[in-house]
Design a protein around this ligand. Structure first.
Ligand SMILES: Nc1ccn([C@@H]2O[C@H](COP(=O)(O)OP(=O)(O)OP(=O)(O)O)[C@@H](O)[C@H]2O)c(=O)n1
Ligand SMILES: C[C@](O)(CO)[C@H](O)COP(=O)(O)O
Length: 227
């Protein structure tokens, strides 16, 4: 379905990157001479330069980001918002910048390899169904931890969830008015808590979340292909 609503992207980059074990948040690590976060923002800008970009950053890093933008002559226009203690708080802060009814894609600032087709499909599916959550099938076998140890489960019943996760703004606002719960690891889980169904769309194995040091090696390989 063709989408007539304004499109927003909340790019969450308010975390500290503790699992990366670097002295700076991982979203600022350079890949091909540019911070990871700039590559991520550029994916959305390249998809459509009219998408309203909201970038959520750690409060203490706002000045660092401004100087990085100057240093790299970074052009895509974006609003900047201070994040919170958790991803949930950061998304909620970003949502405050969304005006009226719209489609809102929430995307991790550390997923710079999201494909333009995936972004397009997420917005179009959310336009028709109210939600679109990007996911891929697991490639490994899966075991569930039990009191006795573990047991095999059929992997065809599972998906690995990525971002973007795209929703109508009215639905996402209502979801983020709920108190935060421990099992809210992504936006779909927050929306689902309202009793709403979420629609899955196929993602890509390249759309990795740069989380631990070995992910950077993969990212270096992927970025070389895109240059
Ligand atoms: N308070 C937070 C925590 C996370 N994020 C963002 O959510 C995305 C996914 O989170 P994750 O990969 O866990 O990032 P970090 O929280 O930074 O990493 P870690 O858990 O290793 O500290 C990242 O782009 C991260 O910057 C955020 O905006 N605000
Ligand atoms: C939102 C997410 O990337 C979907 O896979 C993931 O849940 C974020 O988890 P994290 O522990 O905050 O990295």
């Amino acid at each position: 379905m063709e989408n007539k609503l304004p499109e927003y992207a909340i790019i969450v980059a308010g975390g500290s990157g503790s699992r990366m074990q670097r002295d700076m948040p991982k979203q600022f690590i350079e890949l091909a001479d540019k911070p990871i976060l700039m590559h991520t923002i550029e994916r959305f800008y390249k998809y459509n330069n009219e998408v309203r970009l909201i970038v959520v950053l750690p409060e203490q890093q706002l000045d660092t980001w401004r100087s990085l933008c100057r240093k790299h002559k970074f052009e895509p226009f974006h609003m900047v918002v201070a994040g919170g203690a958790t991803r949930f708080c950061s998304v909620r802060n970003g949502l405050e910048m969304v005006q009226g009814e719209a489609l809102v894609a929430v995307h991790d600032g550390v997923r710079p390899f999201v494909e333009l087709e995936t972004i397009k499909e997420a917005y179009n599916t959310a336009a028709g169904h109210g939600s679109a959550v990007v996911a891929v099938s697991p490639k490994d076998s899966i075991r569930e931890l039990t009191q006795e140890g573990s047991k095999a489960v059929p992997r065809v019943n599972y998906k690995l969830v990525q971002t973007p996760q795209c929703f109508r703004a009215s639905l996402l606002r209502k979801a983020y008015e709920q108190p935060e719960e421990e099992h809210f690891t992504d936006d779909a889980s927050v929306v689902e808590q309202l009793g709403e169904k979420v629609v899955l769309v196929e993602g890509s194995y390249r759309n990795i979340k740069i989380t631990t040091p070995e992910d950077l090696l993969l990212a270096e390989a992927f970025i070389k292909e895109t240059l």
